[in-house]
Ligand binder design. Structure first.
Ligand code: CMP
Length: 139
């Protein structure tokens, strides 16, 4: 059953390039409600754990190193059909393939530094939200 929630991170590239405010504005303008929000920084260890699902992929080491290279913004978002609608809003993983007007098309430079993360399923949205937020941090 759909929970109508998804999880996102504004990645170190978008934070360093000053896009936090614009990206949050795009997200809320698209109808997502912020349930939880945190400005934090991953370590090599916590980034490795978060992306464990990709451990066997050739890009895993670079991904972990990049995601722990600077602060990120983590958030749980709510909207009907949240996972799918958020993936439409952010665009393709590779910004070169991202549709006009999507967050990655506007703010990302490469497949590694692709500005935002979005959960790929309701199940992973719940797991990823739990990774960052306690029940008391959700409103
Ligand atoms: P994200 O949605 O955070 O999930 C895994 C990340 O790995 C992805 O965004 C990309 O930034 C990164 N990545 C790097 N290379 C690849 C690749 N070849 N395929 C998919 N993801 C990649």
């Amino acid at each position: 059953m759909s929970t109508n929630r998804t999880f996102t991170m504004i990645k170190p590239d978008a934070v360093a390039n000053g896009h936090i405010g614009a990206i949050i504005n795009d997200i809320t303008a698209a109808g997502f409600k912020i349930i939880a929000l945190k400005y934090t920084k991953l370590t090599d260890e916590t980034a490795g754990k978060f992306y464990e699902i990709h451990k066997a992929r050739p890009f895993y080491a670079d991904l972990v190193s990049f995601m722990s290279s600077g602060p990120i913004v983590a958030a749980i978002l709510e909207k009907d059909n949240a996972v799918e609608d958020f993936r439409t809003l952010i665009g393709a993983t590779n910004p070169a393939d991202a549709a006009e007007g999507t967050i990655r098309q506007k703010y990302a430079k490469s497949i590694d530094a692709n500005a935002v993360h979005g959960s790929d399923s309701d199940e992973n949205a719940a797991i990823e939200g739990d990774f960052f937020f306690t029940a008391a941090e959700r409103f």
